[in-house]
Design a protein around this ligand. Structure first.
Ligand SMILES: Cc1cc2nc3c(=O)[nH]c(=O)nc-3n(C[C@H](O)[C@H](O)[C@H](O)COP(=O)(O)OP(=O)(O)OC[C@H]3O[C@@H](n4cnc5c(N)ncnc54)[C@H](O)[C@@H]3O)c2cc1C
Length: 478
């Protein structure tokens, strides 16, 4: 009998799972129920869309289509009935499943402030999570001069930088004494704040928002210290919360996210959860690389391709996607305790670097400003390899010894080095792809998916293809 797999959510995890299942063929029917009315899109790229660097067609994701896949957009699942193995939708339908996958993602947190407690947010106050949010921000920004962003985390800063690039006067309000406190330390964050100021983004730190007053003409953000900031647009970037309501109502085990095991099974073995809504081994992910890795594991298990497949989390690396700011952060930014700590700061040039090393392994790093060693540092962190004796080369991005850093030339990169973290594509996989006939960057990207997530590895992929074109064509003509 045809197996029926139902996926709730057509976001980055759900759409990828549909693609993974479709690619494996077999006698099964996959139904994707997505609340958003759009085709699946690359949520990560919304910052780039907001900045005007790409258009809406550029953020669409390739979708699984054709026989065996039934994609229904603009349809919300309202309940899961585990006893009958069906889900109910807001258009009155009931869809039966043999296996159900929750890929409901997260929702933007709207802070409980006076002025934001009504059934609808005021016209000029917009969270930053969905394509519709992005469209609304752009519509309000079109007639605006001043914008405020509440929240100085990664997404808040990406939104602020994007709006400044559109010519708005932008200020960020952050309740913590320094920006991006989950990824940075105070010294690095101070350099980042200076860099942002140079790009037209002011920051108000260590001050909480106390209320919002908004009407058709503008918005005032009242602060706990008595000030009130006026603007034409207020973007809310106050974190996200996993969307677990359906799972909880269905009686599945839920903590901050829906609890899953290494196979991404929830407390009901007929139901899996992946992506932002899932909590694995005590951790939420909130990033696309784990969501896509989880989608692959579920596809392998459900299709029987590899019944033993297990999800193994990898340490996260954060990169800011904002023109004019190069920032990579990994590991815990807190006090490293024992071990080596190397720091270099040149605030006038917007440069800050910090490496934390224990037992010859990198346990954390912050690299702000143009640093050619960033690829090498990420690789060392990722793979837990011993750190070279030339620490200064890593810190400053220059080689003080005889050897060039591996990042300086693809030739020195080990084959196992991860180039695209979102899709887990190694240099070796790119080389094999090139050797099997893909001769352009686009062809290599299409075959391996490298560069189709956050896009930060596109230059590296192009560098490897360029290097292969030179080296391998010389070898072929010899
Ligand atoms: C602006 C921005 C920039 C980002 N940048 C990065 C980055 O650089 N790197 C990175 O790794 N991550 C980044 N992220 C985070 C990344 O986008 C998420 O981790 C990823 O989207 C998670 O995928 P998901 O499918 O779990 O959730 P989502 O992409 O949120 O998709 C969930 C989908 O489920 C739908 N849904 C929910 N409930 C129901 C229901 N009951 N019925 C039907 N459908 C439902 C939702 O409408 C939504 O479409 C960024 C996020 C944003 C907003």
């Amino acid at each position: 009998m045809t197996e029926r797999i139902v996926i709730i959510g057509n976001g980055m995890a759900g759409s990828r799972l549909a693609g993974e299942l479709h690619a494996r063929g077999g006698d099964r029917k996959v139904t994707v129920l997505g609340a958003e009315p759009h085709r699946a899109y690359n949520r990560i790229m919304l910052s780039t869309l907001l900045a005007g660097k790409v258009g809406e067609p550029d953020v669409e994701l390739a979708e699984a289509a054709g026989q065996g896949v039934d994609l229904r957009t603009g349809v919300s699942v309202t309940a899961v009935d585990r006893a009958s193995g069906t889900v109910r939708t807001d258009d009155g339908d009931r869809v039966a499943y043999d296996h159900l996958v929750l890929a409901t993602g997260s929702r933007a947190v709207v802070p409980p402030l006076p002025g934001l407690d009504g059934p609808r947010l005021p016209e000029r106050v917009v969270p930053f999570r969905t394509l519709d949010d992005c469209r609304r921000i752009l519509a309000v920004a079109a007639g605006a001069r001043r914008a405020l962003v509440l929240g100085g985390g990664l997404l808040g800063l990406e939104a602020a930088r994007a709006l400044a690039a559109r010519g708005l006067d932008v200020a960020v309000v952050h309740p913590v004494p320094y920006l991006m406190e989950r990824q940075l330390d105070p010294a690095g964050a101070a350099v980042l704040a200076d860099t942002l100021a140079g790009l037209g983004v002011r920051t108000h730190l260590a001050v909480a928002a106390a209320g919002v007053v908004a009407d058709a003409d503008g918005v005032h953000l009242d602060l706990a210290d008595g000030r009130s900031l006026a603007a034409d647009l207020l973007v809310l970037s106050c974190g996200v919360r996993p969307d677990t309501a359906l799972a909880a109502a269905a009686g599945l085990a839920v903590d901050r996210g829906v609890l899953v095991d290494d196979r991404l099974r929830t407390s009901d073995p007929r139901i899996s959860a992946i992506g932002d809504c899932a909590q694995h081994d005590g951790a939420l992910t909130g990033l696309v690389a784990p969501a896509w890795a989880q989608a692959r594991v579920v596809a392998q298990v459900l299709t029987g391709e590899d019944a033993g497949a297990r999800y193994r989390p990898r340490p996260a690396v954060t990169r800011l996607k904002a023109a004019g700011i190069d920032l990579a952060a990994m590991g815990d930014p807190g006090d490293g305790g024992t071990g080596e700590e190397l720091t270099f700061a040149d605030p006038a040039r917007g440069t800050y670097a910090r490496l934390r090393i224990r037992d010859e392994r990198l346990t954390g790093a912050i690299l702000l400003g143009d640093n050619p060693a960033v690829g090498t540092v990420i690789q060392l962190f990722d793979r837990g390899q011993p750190v070279p004796a030339d620490r200064r080369g890593l810190l400053l991005g220059r080689s003080f010894g005889a050897a060039a850093t591996p990042a300086a030339t693809p030739a020195l990169m080990p084959d196992a080095a991860t180039v695209c973290r979102c899709n887990d594509v190694s240099k070796g996989a790119l080389v094999s792809c090139w050797r099997s006939g893909a001769r352009t960057v686009d062809a290599v990207v299409a075959a391996t998916r490298a560069g189709t997530g956050c896009g930060s590895c596109r230059d590296a992929v192009a560098g490897i293809v360029g290097w292969l074109s030179e080296v391998e064509s010389v070898e072929v003509t010899r």
